[in-house]
Design a protein around this ligand. Structure first.
Ligand code: ADP
Length: 583
């Protein structure tokens, strides 16, 4: 009963059965009623008033029953044939006196009873298995009943024949129906099969599948609708896929770490940034509690309604992480928690540096200000009592402190210009050796005359040109040389060496001065950092020189390196890219 074909065959068989049975029933009952009405029409024609008078006359005769029987049997219109139709003569009590088939009794019927009551009995239901007519005959004081009984043998034979024909027709009809049903089912099933195959493909994820439409009937329309649905589905899915790809690319490359957890607390997604920030491997086995148990509770997060979220902090090693935790779907089954991780280590460090810087600037400016104020006050308070030389002395201190403040402010301005990218560079191509030579010559006099240093300059071969801001680069080298002069006790040796290394040029300033303790080396480029504050200040330093030097060298895509042994001396090397060799 499963397949459409079986169902169609069954329906056809039931249809043909119903049709044939109704036709059969109508035919059989029609035949029966035709025979019954024909029987009574025959009887009516035969039993005319004259014929009845003739019978009444015979009734008065002696041996009336036999004579009446003979007359009736001889009547062609009655078609007495003994096998199917017989004639009986009965007296008024219902006793058989004469019969054509020699039977001595007959069953009592409705018509016989009517005749016994003196009335003609001439009705028969088609359901009866007989037809009869009973006529009361009265003559010469004698009363008889003329009774014609037909056992319907002819009708039954005909009906039997009819049933056989109907059954044969039914058999043939069923065979034709089954064949037709198969063919019809085939016509209907072929497009349905194609459609079924199509839906299977779509269900398996192949949305490109289209079913060909061969007809415009209901199945054709259904097929068209299916094709349209598959197309819409394909478009929607590819749109979603595209969206997902976009998101996953973003997810992969974003600098913030992202980890998604399922409702049960297992990792479902994470990006490389998250692995790096959390400094651990993540997998689907990793749970929320393993990573964030201290920061938040999964159950609490799951009860939040979007766009609510929890913001908190986490420290991993020396990293400061800022966490944003939020549920990503209100769906009961598919929800989960998304954690966005923001590395704020650098930001915190910068904030710290900024605070230190402000503190340093205030401190650096306050010292000269205090000196200026106290010297000025002394001059004012003592007035003319102060010997003129001392007064001059004090005023010189005030001027030198004011100069120092100016230097600090100038250096700060330079740094701030660099920081905000506002420092204008006057880039030209210039001979690097010439620039180094200039710095050497400008510094040598002071170094030798005021400090008793020996100063040398050596060039290793030809030195190529450099593209850059010559003035600033010369300032940088001057600064390095002046540091060497400052931090080397009088009578020291200061060597300048200029050379090339691959496609780079370098200048190295080596001294045999006080050197720098190893622990201070990493912080030398920090703003205001000084190994020996008193000494630096004494020699007019601001603690900003190396910071500015490094910024300027960096802007020229070069680098500055310091090697030093405490108590023995220092070597500072500036390396810069050489300009392209001129054709
Ligand atoms: P300053 O104005 O104090 O010289 P710099 O930024 O130029 O500031 O230098 C930072 C610190 O590095 C100095 O205070 C000094 O302690 C140290 N320094 C720089 N050059 C030398 C050197 N050639 N020998 C020893 N110490 C040095």
């Amino acid at each position: 009963m499963r397949s459409l074909r079986t169902k169609m065959v069954m329906i056809m068989v039931i249809l043909i059965l119903a049709l044939m049975l109704t036709t059969g029933a109508f035919l059989l009952s029609g035949v029966s009623s035709f025979f019954v009405s024909q029987f009574y029409e025959q009887m009516e024609d035969t039993f005319s008033p004259e014929f009845i008078t003739q019978l009444q006359q015979l009734a008065a005769e002696p041996n009336a029953p036999a004579q009446m029987k003979e007359l009736l049997m001889a009547q062609a219109g009655l078609s007495i044939d003994i096998t199917g139709r017989n004639v009986y003569i009965l007296d008024r009590s219902g006793t058989v006196l004469e019969s054509s088939d020699q039977k001595t009794d007959v069953s009592m019927t409705q018509n016989l009873l009517s005749a016994m009551n003196g009335e003609i009995g001439q009705s028969s239901a088609i359901t009866n298995d007989y037809m009869d007519l009973a006529i009361p005959v009265e003559g010469g004081g004698e009363q008889y009943i003329a009774y014609i009984l037909d056992n319907r043998a002819t009708v039954d034979a005909l009906s039997g024949e009819l049933v056989t024909i109907i059954l044969r027709a039914l058999g043939l009809g069923i065979v034709i129906c089954v064949v037709l049903a198969f063919l019809l089912a085939q016509i209907l099933i072929t497009p349905i099969r194609a459609l079924t195959a199509g839906t299977k493909q779509v269900a398996a994820g192949d949305f490109a599948e289209r079913v060909s439409v061969d007809s415009m009937d209901e199945i054709g329309v259904l097929t068209q609708n299916f094709n349209h649905m598959a197309k819409v589905l394909q478009d929607t899915i590819s749109e979603a896929e595209n969206e997902r790809n976009k998101l996953s690319t973003l997810f992969l490359h974003m600098t913030d770490g992202v980890v998604a957890f399922s409702k049960s607390g297992n990792v479902i997604h994470f990006n490389p940034a998250a692995t790096q920030m959390l400094a651990r491997n993540l997998s689907e086995q990793t749970t929320f509690d393993e990573i964030f148990s201290k920061e938040a509770e999964l159950d609490t997060l799951l009860t939040l309604r979007r766009p609510q979220y929890i913001e908190t902090q986490k420290t991993v090693g020396d990293r400061e992480l800022e966490l944003f935790l939020a549920p990503f779907s209100s769906d009961q089954t598919q929800g989960g928690v998304l954690v966005v991780i923001h590395d704020v280590t650098e930001q915190r460090r910068n904030e710290q540096l900024k605070r230190e810087f402000v503190a340093n600037v205030s401190h650096e400016l306050r010292t000269p200000l205090t000196n200026i104020k106290s010297y000025a006050e002394t001059i004012v308070e003592t007035g003319s009592e102060l010997p003129p030389e001392l007064q001059k002395n004090f005023l010189n201190v005030i001027i030198s402190e004011a100069d120092r403040m100016t230097r600090i402010v100038q250096d700060l301005l330079t740094l701030s210009k660099i920081d905000y990218g506002k420092m204008e560079m006057n880039i030209t191509r210039f001979p690097f050796a010439k620039a180094v030579q200039n710095v050497y010559e400008a510094a040598r006099l002071n170094a030798e005359q005021n400090h008793g240093h020996t100063m040398t300059l050596t060039f290793d071969g030809d030195i190529p040109d450099v593209n850059g801001d010559r003035e600033r680069l010369e300032q940088v080298i001057t600064n390095i040389v002046s540091n060497a002069v400052k931090y080397t006790p009088n009578g020291g040796r200061i060597e300048m060496r200029c050379g090339t290394r691959g496609r780079e040029v370098f200048v190295r300033v080596t001294d045999n001065g006080i050197g720098i303790p190893e622990k201070d080396l990493p912080r030398l480029f920090d703003r205001f950092y000084r190994v020996d504050k008193a000494r630096s200040r004494e020699s007019g330093g601001t603690g900003l020189g190396l910071s500015i030097a490094q910024e300027i060298v960096n802007q020229h895509k070069g680098r500055i390196e310091i090697a030093s042994t405490y108590g023995k001396g220092t070597a500072v090397t500036i390396t810069l890219p050489a300009a392209e060799v001129r054709a």
